[in-house]
Design a protein around this ligand. Structure first.
Ligand code: G6P
Length: 594
């Protein structure tokens, strides 16, 4: 939550900061601001998006500066609460991602010592604390200030001299990107892809100084030799490339995402699955923890593990899991999080580790916080996902779950080889759904006129119904609820009528007949039904009002084709309603608060 950037080099800092900030808006976008060292510190900020700020911003010279895009936690989104925040003298500016838990106490103390506060934020105590401890060395003053702070932070400090930026992190992400006689700092890699592919991932507790020609990082009190990494994502990955929105680009990238994952984890020539290195350890029980869309991937994962491994698997919402304690000894835990920074998931992982569980993390972001907690991290190959609504990262999570389950499975080799063969066809099956998008656009146009919608699914597709509803509500603001189809008659039926369309996933498996019955019962209450069904299914045409046809696949893989149809339905419904698709109101892609 919140994105921060810093630049120091030979070029004008202001346009660079703005372009980096725009790439971080998925972290929060209710207000933003920049500060540049140009004859003192010049700050410009407002409760607006980065593009709009750039248009109204007077041009400041200056070759070093910091920037921030906010998702409000303390204090409403407003100009005064936007970052950067200044000390009393106006000579120290700070951008911050995180939460200062003890800010009230610190603020009262600082006020009693004569400091003047202007905002409602927790962050504002940081520049004042640095000012209080400053006696000529900015890094030293920052270190003393941070020792007084309880909570999480990634910060960049700019002083009026502008010859260095002081940086530090604890429980919030921060990377330093290395250029030629210029250096960058950012919450996340997409911000700097236009400028360089060389990065250093900071660790918790690191504090350092970045200047035009160098980076010095102190780790555990001593100067650290930080490893430089080459970023594998390209500049094009973080651009719309002719698509109207990132979301539709990312939906269309899914065949490639599946191919990349398969390439990563399977050996083509032998037609077998590459085994995970700790396969020898028998899996007794499995616990999946996650939030949001990743939780729905976990529900599908639970189904896959139970089916292929014949073990008991639990999928838990991380924020709920954190408040109850029942963990079976010998449990292997899998934490799924596209951002790698979700506070509730990180907390659950820490708890699992404390109780002796082995934790495998599945994430899309290299160097993110989960990798520092997990025993083993598996990176999904989705590439940068900019749209707040997760699509291709969900697909990549599913692919890793299939691979993991197949890797641990004791099923006969022939069965696994046949599943693998099916998996290899998934990119073209997904492409088929994408190629049929014109029909979905028509359905979306009529769905856009309603204010409520239900999604129902059974078996492995119950989670797809939940995810389909989430996609629709988060980007189109249409109220949507997902249900296990069997549950809809236990309450939700009271809301059915001609104004409540129901999207029913009717896969050709042992749940099919029951789904047909559910659809008939719904139709009897006058609700219009859009079915997502296998191509060639003639029975469904008889009962549903409209049918989105998807290619035939093994039941285990049916979520893959079904979810793409629902992603397209959500996208085109939101587009029809004129919504801000990539950056829905009040949401953020990386949720670093509990
Ligand atoms: C936010 C995002 C969702 C995401 C959820 C969990 O709400 O907008 O798309 O599913 O966080 O995020 P994670 O990074 O843990 O998968």
């Amino acid at each position: 939550m919140c994105g921060i950037v810093g630049y120091i080099g030979e070029k004008q800092a202001q346009p660079i900061l703005l372009s980096c900030l725009e790439k971080l808006e998925y972290r929060g976008y209710d207000s933003c601001g920049v500060a540049v060292a140009a004859d003192g510190i010049k700050v410009f900020k407002d409760a607006t998006r980065v593009k709009a700020l750039g248009k109204s911003l007077p041009k400041f010279g200056g070759t070093s500066g910091i920037g921030h895009t906010r998702w409000a936690t303390h204090g409403a989104p407003s100009q005064v609460n936007a970052h950067p925040h200044l000390d009393c003298s106006g000579k120290i500016a700070v951008v911050h991602n995180g939460v200062v838990r003890n800010y009230q106490k610190l603020k009262e103390q600082l006020i009693s010592e004569g400091h003047n506060f202007v905002s409602d934020t927790d962050t504002e105590v940081i520049p004042h604390l640095i000012e209080k401890h400053y006696s000529g060395n900015l890094e030293e003053a920052t270190e003393i200030a941070l020792n007084e702070i309880e909570g999480s932070y990634a910060i960049i400090v700019l002083a009026a001299a502008g010859n260095e930026l002081v940086i530090a992190r604890k429980d919030s992400p921060l990377v330093v990107a290395l250029g030629d006689r210029e250096n960058f700092i950012a919450s996340d890699v997409p911000a700097i892809l236009d400028y360089t592919d060389r990065v250093i991932y900071l660790e918790d507790g690191d504090i350092g100084v970045v200047s035009q020609n160098g980076v010095r990082i102190k780790r555990n009190g001593i100067e650290a030799r930080c490893e430089e990494h080459k970023v594998l994502w390209s500049m094009e990955d973080a651009q719309k490339s002719g698509y109207e929105h990132f979301m539709i680009k990312e939906i269309h990238e899914q065949p490639g995402v599946i191919r990349n994952t398969l390439g990563e984890f399977t050996r083509d020539s032998e037609g077998s699955v590459d085994l995970l290195e700790m396969k020898e350890r028998a899996l007794e029980s499995m616990l999946l923890v996650s939030c949001g869309t990743s939780y729905y991937a976990s529900l599908i994962g639970k189904f896959i593990f139970e089916e292929l491994l014949n073990i008991s698997a639990r999928a838990e919402i991380a924020s709920e899991f954190n408040y109850h304690n029942h963990i079976l000894p010998g449990t292997t835990a899998i934490a799924i999080t596209q951002s790698g920074e979700t506070a509730d998931t990180l907390k659950a992982m820490k708890k699992l580790k404390e109780t002796g569980c082995r934790v495998i993390a599945i994430t899309n972001v290299v160097g993110s916080s989960v990798s520092r907690i997990a025993n083993q991290t598996i990176y999904t190959r989705a590439g940068p996902e900019i749209s707040v609504a997760a699509t291709k990262s969900f697909m990549a999570q599913l692919m890793v779950l299939y691979w993991l389950a197949m890797s641990y499975s004791k099923a006969e080799t022939r069965k696994l080889a046949s599943l693998l063969m099916e998996m290899r066809q998934l990119p073209s099956k997904v492409q088929q759904v994408l190629d049929d998008e014109a029909k979905i656009i028509d359905y979306a146009k009529s769905l856009a006129k309603y204010e409520n919608a239900f999604f129902i699914g059974r078996g492995i597709n119950m989670a797809v119904a939940l995810e389909g509803a989430l996609k629709l509500k988060e980007i189109s603001y249409l109220h949507a609820e997902g249900f296990a189809a069997g549950e809809i008659k236990h309450g939700p039926f009271a809301l059915l009528g001609s104004n409540t369309p129901v999207i029913a996933i009717a896969s050709q498996d042992n749940t099919y007949e029951a789904m047909l019955t559910s659809i008939k019962e719904i139709k009897a209450r006058g609700a219009p039904v859009i079915a997502v069904a296998e191509e060639g299914d003639e029975d469904i045409v008889e009962v549903a009002d409209s049918v989105i046809s998807v290619p035939k696949v093994d039941t285990l893989f049916s979520p893959v084709v079904n979810i793409v149809a629902l992603q397209l339905l959500a996208y085109y419904t939101a587009r029809e309603r004129g919504c801000s698709i990539d950056f829905p109101r009040n949401l953020a892609k990386s949720v670093t608060v509990e």
